[in-house]
Design a protein around this ligand. Sequence first.
Ligand SMILES: Cc1cc2nc3c(=O)[nH]c(=O)nc-3n(C[C@H](O)[C@H](O)[C@H](O)COP(=O)(O)OP(=O)(O)OC[C@H]3O[C@@H](n4cnc5c(N)ncnc54)[C@H](O)[C@@H]3O)c2cc1C
Ligand code: FES
Ligand code: FES
Length: 460
Amino acid sequence: MNAIQLRLNGKDRRIDGVAPTTMLLDWLRGEGLTGTKEGCAEGDCGACTVAVRRHGKPAAALNACIMPIALAHGAHVTTVEAADHPIKGALVEYHGSQCGFCTPGIVMTIAALPADAPTDRCSLEDALAGNLCRCTGYGPILAAAADAISAAPSPPDAPPEVGSLDMTANGVRFRCPATEDEFAQALAESPDARIIAGATDVGLWMTKHLYEAAEFISIAGVGCLSSIEDDGETLTIGAAVTHADFMAAIHGKAPGVSELMRRFAGPQVRAAGTVCGNIANGSPIGDLPPALIAAGATVEIASATGQRVLPLEDFFIAYGQQDRAAGEYVRALHVPWGGLCAVSCHKVSKRFDSDISAVMAAFNVTLDGGRVSAAGIAFGGMAETPKRASHAEAALLGQPYTPEGVAGAIAALADDFAPLTDLRASAEYRLKVAGNLFIRDAIERGDPAVRTRLAGRAAA
Ligand SMILES: Cc1cc2nc3c(=O)[nH]c(=O)nc-3n(C[C@H](O)[C@H](O)[C@H](O)COP(=O)(O)OP(=O)(O)OC[C@H]3O[C@@H](n4cnc5c(N)ncnc54)[C@H](O)[C@@H]3O)c2cc1C
Ligand code: FES
Ligand code: FES
């Protein structure tokens, strides 16, 4: 198909002649649907939230500001104008809106929730973690949400399957293949094309750095890569699996990583962004690489001509350089349940929700008679890539896992890392806090009842 096909507020639309990288938000506003607002244009504030329903999936709240319209191919998009939900009246009744700029986004976040979504305070705060209100205060908004959720009407229709997209407009070619063969062939033909998945990084490059490319190939619509396979030993996470789907798969089973995911961005970003995108972007401060390295994950790299699997830690070669040749893509991650369930995570960031880490630590420590018999420890934010703390791991072996017993490992961190100073933290702070996290992990392991976190203790 050479034009975007989507359903907008219940009406089928065919869109051509528009640059496929036009953000959905800009297109909607150009169509006169100006209820959807632009606050930050970077996925942080939620003013641009719309509900998006894809074939075979429930509706999800997404940020329209960083979503190239081509990624809406095949989706049913509902905007605040068409949302028929009691949250609208409840916000009025509870005085949940003052200037009103955030209100359409808040309406759409709540409208995208199922009627049986939990309405306790903590769940509602998590549900609204991607929506910023600068003037009302959250009390009335949470009260309105608690009142309205259970009266939600049925969700918008699921759209039909529409097949792949290959469109060129305004000098940009954008392909959304529906099968993996099609994707791999497209990438083999155009190895310089930009792979795009949830666009929660790439969308920001576009809005903030005015990034342009002549060709994009989306992996997000490749059906067979959007599922998580579980053989009881290993979880296989395909390249199109979102953070939200990953969270659902590990819920109640992997408490440390679940708690990390709760603090990973906000719901709108988690509904679009992919687990494999968080690896493939090669960022030294991504949250999942340290957690999955410590869990013992491997990464599957594929191309039109074959596949190979390597330990995740070996994928990261240097800043901006990963072990991925032209024409190759990250196909999947394989994560052993044993490691995934054992990992404890420590994310240090300025805000609890929706913030990038200054330091991210993941510990997978096995004890035998109170002493460390095996350790897999990885950090983000401490080097030019996510990296294992191999000197610290060696120093832990045979030691009691106590605040005193980790002293040697803390000292060894200086052999593992020479962190940078940047706007998030100084080098000295990073080294100090990384050491302190060993003490916190040992205390938490020793006595799960001790309160070591302001919120969200990763207890089972
Ligand atoms: C508001 C906000 C908050 C955020 N908070 C966090 C946070 O708390 N923690 C955190 O770690 N990150 C955070 N992020 C970053 C981002 O959400 C993640 O990195 C996300 O996982 C990227 O996945 P994506 O599918 O959106 O990737 P995209 O943006 O589509 O792509 C990212 C990069 O990976 C490449 N790529 C994607 N998939 C593949 C593949 N299968 N094979 C090869 N290359 C591929 C693309 O070419 C691109 O270079 C945040 C982002 C935003 C906007
Ligand atoms: S405008 Fe702020 S999240 Fe989209
Ligand atoms: S009512 Fe003004 S930002 Fe929320």
